[in-house]
Ligand binder design. Sequence first.
Ligand code: PXL
Length: 246
Amino acid sequence: MRTALTIAGADPSGGAGIQADLKVFESFGVAGLSAITALTAQDGRAVHAVLPVPPGFLLKEVTVLLKRFRVDAVKVGMLGTGENAVALAGLFKKTGFPKIVLDTVLASTGGRPLIDEGGADAIKKLLKYACIVTPNLREASIITGLVVHDLRSMEEAARAIHSMGAQSVLIKGGHLEGTPIDVLFDGNNFDYFKGRRLGGPRERFHGTGCILSAGIAASLANGRGVKKAVEEARERLVSILKKRST
Ligand code: PXL
């Protein structure tokens, strides 16, 4: 059985973070491993508190797993602190994982920071290890310093993030005005994935980014290429969201 590792925050409400990632891995027939970067107290509507684990402990969680299991793909989500990002960058440099999906989680949809101050700069240190990175418009803006708000600026940001070291860049257009379109750039070509807006309250979309990045990691673990992995993850995301009550 193929194996994927999620390095992310815990969401007790189950819609995002480690809990969501493991369910997605299972739905792809991939065995799931997890290393928790931070605890959160939340109800699926709002994050009430965050307690990051110390970087030394995070490294211990991961290295203990690596001694025993072969890992086919890794998903990195919420990190809690810049220190955790830096610690992981050191580990990735040593271990050379081939398939790392980096979800650049900076804040919850409700606006609660999920990484400490300066964390966004630390996350940049992980870009060069990423097989694919999946920022939304806001995260792409913060990472590049560009105003990312339409297709043209998404393409510009994708080029900029690629030049910072990520092999492929998927900029998620869920917050675009009008039709949501995700833009994938592999350093040569752009691919565009058009979506359809599903209505409903904000909590219906809690964990959307986690589910997508976990799906990409699971599909990569199953041996798919990056573009196919994005397609499969997007399809799975839609079917999961449709099952959620509105
Ligand atoms: O969707 C971002 C996110 C990631 N990870 C955890 C979260 C959230 C949003 O609330 O709670 C653990």
